[in-house]
Design a binder for this molecule. Structure first.
Ligand SMILES: C[C@H](O)CC(=O)SCCNC(=O)CCNC(=O)[C@H](O)C(C)(C)COP(=O)(O)OP(=O)(O)OC[C@H]1O[C@@H](n2cnc3c(N)ncnc32)[C@H](O)[C@@H]1OP(=O)(O)O
Length: 684
C-alpha cells in the first residue's frame, strides 16, 4: 500500500516522503496519507516548515494510472469532484499556514508536478524530468498552476506535447527556484523552507501569481493559435481542446473557477472511449516486454558491446543509425565499395537531418558517426556480440549469409535477421545455430519508428530473446515478441506504407503472402502496372500518391488509369453497391478483415497476447492509439457485430472476408476477442 512518511528534524522541518514504488504514484491511499501528514505537520508545534520529496530518487510519476481502470469500471468509489485538486492540493498543501518546499529528483509528472507546484518553492536536480503528460492518456492535467509559473505559451506547449523539461530548463522557465545535485537536494530544500519562514525568501502561492501570464489580448491570441494547432494535429481528439478551454476559464474568471471547471471536465474525460483506449495503450506498451516462460525465468541480459549489420540499404542504414544513436559501436558490411559508401552516406544523412533541425550538435554528430565502421568482408566480425542481417528478401542469399555468419562470428553471437516475411527456420537451414537465430524486424525508417518485432522460433533460446529485448529497450524501441511464420504479426499494408518502403519491397512481401495464404490475399496487377511506368513509391516521387520536395503526399487523379487497367486484366466489374458505401462501411470493410487476420494470429499463438497486436499496429502501422489498437477497437464494437458483417460480405464477395474459427467461436459465446485463450500457445 502506498503512503507518505513524516519525519520531523531538529531544525523544525517536517520531511514528508512519498513512498509508492516503482514511481511513487499518487494512489488514493497516498493522497489520503499526504493529507494526514500535512494535518499532523500543521498541528505540531515543533514543525515550522515542510519539505515534500519522493523515495528512491523519484518525486512522483503522477496519479496512479492503474486506479483509473477501477474508477472507469465503477469498481472503485470515485472521490468527490475537486477532492484531489481543491481539497488536497490547494486547501491542504498550498493554503497551509506553514510553508512547503518540493525537493524534486527523478521525475515530477502529472499530479506529482501539481503537488510540487502547490508548494511555495521548488528545488530540483539537473536530471529531474518535470512535465504534465496527461493528454497522452486522454485526460487533462492540472491546468491552473503551470501557466502562472512559466507563462501561457510555454505551458501550452508542455501540456499539448506532453513533453517534460529537465531541471536546468525548468529553472530558466521559472518552474523551479534552484537546481542542485541529488546529495544536496533535501538539505537545500530544508534551508529554503526555513528561509521562507524567516522571510528571507518569498512565500509564493503559485495559484495567485499573475506576473508570468501574458496580457489578456496576447493571451487570447495564444489560445486561438493553440486551438488551431490542436485541431490540425489531432482532428479526432476533443480533450486537447477541453484543456485549452479550462486554461482560458482560469485566465478569464480566476484560478478557483478554473480548478472547478477542470475537476468537472476531468470526470467526463475519464469515462471517454479515448481515455480508455489510451490507458490500454499505456499498459499494453509496458506489457510487451513481459513474455511468459521467457522473462519470468530470472535471466539477466548479456551485455552487447558491438553489433554488425549486413546490408547498408534503407533498412540496414536505418538500423545502424538507431544503434549508434544509443552508443552501440556498429560495423556495416556491404558487397562493394560503392554500396558501402551509399549505406554510410544514408546513416550520415539521417544524423545530419537531426543537426539541421537543431536536435543534435555538430560535436555529437561527429562522435556518433565515429561509432560506425564500414567493411567489405567478415574479418572484423570475430568479436561482435550481435549481427543483424538486412539484405533483400531472397531466401538463398540469406541462407548463404547465415552459413557465413556461423563461420566468422563468435559462438555466443546473436544471429538476427530483419526479414519481414520469411520463415526463420528456412533462413537458418544451412546452420547448426538455431538456438541463437532470431528475428529483429524493424519498421522503416528504422531510426524513427518505435516498433521492434522480435521473432522467435521454437528453437530460439530464452537468453537470446532476453538479450534482444534489452537491446530494444536501450535503443528506445517498443519490442513485441511474436512467433515464427510467414509475415509474423504483420496485419495490413497501407498505400502510404507501400509508397514509403517502395514497390520492390511491397511486391516481394506481397508475393510471400500470395504463396503462403492464397485464399486470404488479393491478387492484383495494380502495383506491377505502376512499376512498369516507373511509379515505384516515394523514392520515384510517384506511387499511390504524388510526393513533393518535402515528401508531402497528395492524391493523383492519374491513379484511376492504373486501377481501370488492373480491373480489366482481372475481369472485375464495378459493383454499383460498393460505389455508394458510407464512410463507416469503408472503414469496416478495410479493418474488419484486419481484425479477422489478428484473430488468426492469436489463435495460432503467433502473438503472446491481444494487447501485443494492438501495440504492434499502433507503433508499426500507424493505427490510431486513441482507438486502442485493432483488437481493443473490435472489442468496443463487439465480436458478434464484426462476425455478422464479415459473414455477410463473405456471402457476397467471397472467402477473403470469411470469419475465422476464433472469431466465430468468440462471437457465438459473446466473449471479447482479447480474453486469453486456453489453447493457442502452440507455436510458442
Ligand atoms: C489528476 C492527475 O493530473 C492525473 C495524473 O497524474 S495521470 C498520470 C500522469 N503521469 C504519467 O502519465 C506518467 C506515466 N508514466 C511514465 O511516463 C513512465 O512510466 C515514467 C516516465 C514514469 C517511468 O518510465 P520508465 O522508467 O521507462 O519505466 P516504465 O516501465 O514506464 O514504468 C515502470 C513501472 O511503473 C508503472 N507506472 C509508471 N507510471 C505510473 C503511474 N503514474 N501510475 C501507476 N503506475 C505507473 C509502469 O506501469 C511500470 O509498471 P511495470 O513495471 O509493472 O510494467
Amino acid at each position: 500500500m502506498g503512503r507518505t512518511v513524516l519525519e520531523v528534524g531538529a531544525d523544525g522541518v517536517a520531511l514528508i516522503t512519498i513512498v509508492n514504488p516503482p514511481v511513487n504514484s499518487l494512489a488514493l491511499d497516498v493522497l489520503h496519507s499526504l493529507k494526514e501528514s500535512y494535518d499532523e505537520a500543521l498541528r505540531r508545534n515543533d514543525v515550522k516548515a515542510i519539505v515534500v520529496t519522493g523515495e528512491n530518487g523519484k518525486f512522483s510519476g503522477g496519479f496512479d494510472i492503474t486506479a483509473f481502470g477501477g474508477l472507469q469500471g465503477g469498481k472503485v468509489e470515485q472521490p468527490k469532484p475537486g477532492y484531489i485538486s481543491v481539497e488536497v492540493i490547494t486547501n491542504t498543501v498550498e493554503a497551509a499556514k506553514k510553508p512547503s518546499v518540493a525537493a524534486i529528483d527523478g521525475l515530477a509528472l502529472g499530479g506529482g508536478l501539481e503537488v510540487a507546484m502547490a508548494c511555495h518553492a521548488r528545488i530540483s536536480t539537473p536530471t529531474a524530468q518535470l512535465g504534465l503528460p496527461e493528454l497522452q492518456l486522454g485526460l487533462i492535467p492540472g491546468t491552473q498552476r503551470l501557466p502562472r509559473l512559466v507563462g501561457l505559451a510555454k505551458s501550452l506547449e508542455m501540456m499539448l506535447t506532453s513533453k517534460p523539461v529537465k531541471g536546468q530548463e525548468a529553472q530558466n522557465l521559472g518552474l523551479v527556484d534552484a537546481v542542485v545535485s541529488p546529495n544536496e537536494l533535501v538539505d537545500t530544500a530544508r534551508k529554503w523552507a526555513l528561509d521562507i519562514v524567516e522571510r528571507r525568501k518569498p512565500w509564493v502561492p503559485t495559484l495567485y501569481k499573475t506576473d508570468k501570464i501574458e496580457p489578456l489580448g496576447e493571451a487570447r491570441e495564444i489560445l486561438k493559435f493553440a486551438r488551431v494547432q490542436a485541431r490540425k494535429q489531432a482532428p479526432n481528439l476533443k480533450h486537447p481542446l477541453v484543456c485549452i478551454d479550462v486554461i482560458e476559464e482560469g485566465i478569464l474568471s480566476g484560478p478557483m473557477a478554473g480548478l472547478w471547471k477542470e475537476a468537472e471536465a476531468f470526470q467526463g474525460l475519464l469515462h471517454s472511449d479515448t481515455c480508455k483506449a489510451l490507458i490500454h495503450i499505456f499498459f499494453a506498451q509496458r506489457g510487451t516486454s513481459k513474455v511468459p516462460g521467457v522473462t519470468d525465468k530470472g535471466l539477466i541480459p548479456r551485455k552487447v558491446k558491438k553489433v554488425a549489420i549486413v546490408g547498408g540499404g534503407l533498412m540496414g542504414s536505418g538500423i545502424a543509425t538507431a544503434l549508434i544513436l544509443s552508443n552501440y559501436p556498429v560495423i556495416l558490411k556491404e558487397v562493394n565499395e560503392k554500396f558501402l559508401q551509399a549505406g554510410i552516406g544514408r546513416v550520415k544523412a539521417n544524423l545530419q537531418s537531426r543537426v539541421k533541425k537543431g536536435n543534435m550538435t555538430q560535436e555529437k554528430f561527429e562522435k556518433t558517426m565515429s561509432l560506425l565502421k564500414g567493411t567489405l568482408d567478415y574479418g572484423s566480425f570475430r568479436d561482435v556480440d550481435m549481427v543483424i542481417e538486412a539484405v533483400i528478401e531472397k531466401i538463398s542469399l540469406k541462407q548463404e549469409i547465415f552459413a557465413d555468419l556461423e563461420k566468422y562470428c563468435p559462438p555466443h553471437c546473436i544471429l538476427a535477421t530483419n526479414t519481414s516475411t520469411i520463415d526463420l527456420n528456412l533462413i537458418g537451414e544451412k546452420t547448426r545455430s538455431h538456438d541463437r537465430i532470431i528475428g529483429a524486424h524493424f519498421f522503416s525508417p528504422a531510426h524513427v519508428m518505435p516498433l521492434l518485432e522480435i521473432v522467435r522460433t521454437q528453437h530460439t533460446s530464452s537468453q537470446v530473446i532476453v538479450d534482444l529485448l534489452d537491446v530494444g529497450k536501450k535503443i528506445k524501441k517498443t519490442p513485441v515478441v511474436v512467433g515464427n511464420c510467414t509475415g509474423f504479426a504483420f496485419l495490413v499494408h497501407s498505400c502510404r506504407l507501400a509508397d514509403l518502403v517502395g514497390f520492390g519491397v511491397a511486391v516481394a512481401t506481397g508475393t510471400q503472402f500470395v504463396v503462403n495464404f492464397p485464399e486470404r490475399t488479393y491478387k492484383s496487377m495494380l502495383v506491377p502496372l505502376m512499376q512498369e511506368d516507373n511509379r515505384a513509391g516515394e523514392a520515384t516521387r510517384k506511387g499511390f500518391y504524388l510526393y513533393d520536395d518535402k515528401r508531402k503526399a497528395s492524391p493523383d487523379p492519374e491513379l484511376k488509369k492504373y486501377i481501370e487497367k488492373a480491373r480489366s486484366i482481372s475481369g472485375a466489374t464495378v459493383d454499383p453497391k460498393l460505389v455508394k458505401l458510407s464512410e463507416k462501411d469503408i472503414v469496416e470493410m478495410i479493418f474488419f478483415p484486419v481484425v479477422n487476420e489478428a484473430c488468426r494470429v492469436l489463435d495460432e499463438g503467433i502473438a503472446v497476447k491481444a494487447a501485443d497486436l494492438d501495440i504492434a499496429s499502433v507503433m508499426g502501422m500507424g493505427f490510431p492509439p486513441y482507438r486502442g489498437g485493432p483488437i481493443f477497437w473490435a472489442d468496443s464494437l463487439g465480436s458478434k457485430y464484426i462476425y455478422s458483417r464479415l459473414n455477410e460480405w463473405a456471402k457476397t464477395y467471397g472467402d477473403f472476408f470469411k470469419p475465422c474459427a476464433y472469431l466465430a467461436d468468440r462471437a457465438a459465446k459473446g466473449i471479447p476477442l482479447s480474453s486469453p485463450s486456453v489453447q493457442g500457445q502452440a507455436r510458442l
